[in-house]
Design a protein. Sequence first.
Length: 320
Amino acid sequence: MSILDSTPKSSVRFLVGRREELLEVVRSVQEHRITVVLGPRRIGKSSLVKTALVVLSGKEKLENIRLSARFIPVYVDMWAIVATSRSSRLFFEHLNNAILKSLEDHDKTLADKYKTRMYKVEELYARESSIEKIIKIGTKREQLYKYPVDILRCVDEFNDVLTKHNRKAVLAVDEAQELGTLKPFIPTAWLAHIHDHATNMHILLSGSYVGLFKKILHPKPKDPLYGRDIRKINIGKLKPEALLTIFFEGLNERGVQPSPEIYGIVLKAVDILKPAIFAQQIPFSNKSAQISIGAIITSKEAKGELEKKPLEARTSPEYM
């Protein structure tokens, strides 16, 4: 892993400029049943969530944080599911595999117990309903779906295992707004069920404020999540000083020691460029760091800003 990698970060060391947000997420998961992390695309939500899971599991420490318990982390990336299907069956199969993998990574004894329980559930439904059972969604005939209901039990069985062994888990769903596109599925009812009955599981959702998140965060009295314990955390742009830290630490990782002239150019560029423009250039490509620097400074958008704003103008009140 590198500080300039385009892949989401999963270590405190590489999560630069997000310390306060990380503290907030870790504390919220411990104190609330459902935590929602919201922010624009490519702002760093996945990195924040993955790093929070590492801290909550106890694998890495974070100053000023004392864990009430070591959480077993379960991470689900919704893009990996909806890329091939909008089927809720695929989601639950993916979730079941994610639970099993996490248990095997953190406690193989619990993994064996979970597998045994899920096998018994599968046998039970096979006897009672020949593996498949009709689930009625709505009242119309076309809304009747054949669905293997054994996989729906994965959350309840997982929670039972956790409860009997005095363990806790956090279920993180990245790009969770996509839950609202699955069929047949009522995600708010499912989340309410976990909130009320799977008490050894905490939920961490991340995504953009569209579709499903409006129902989660602003439920009406008749909605399943009305009155539930939900905490919202908004993620904004990185501060310029954090961008500089990423920039220069990334150069150091690649063995590049910028000259004083380069330092000067970059500092001036940060003054001129909007943080969002600069952030879009990070991480750099596989080309040399110095070429990447040149791409930032000489980009058409940056050139326009350089031409429009002389050095003296950058000390005016609007830039302070």
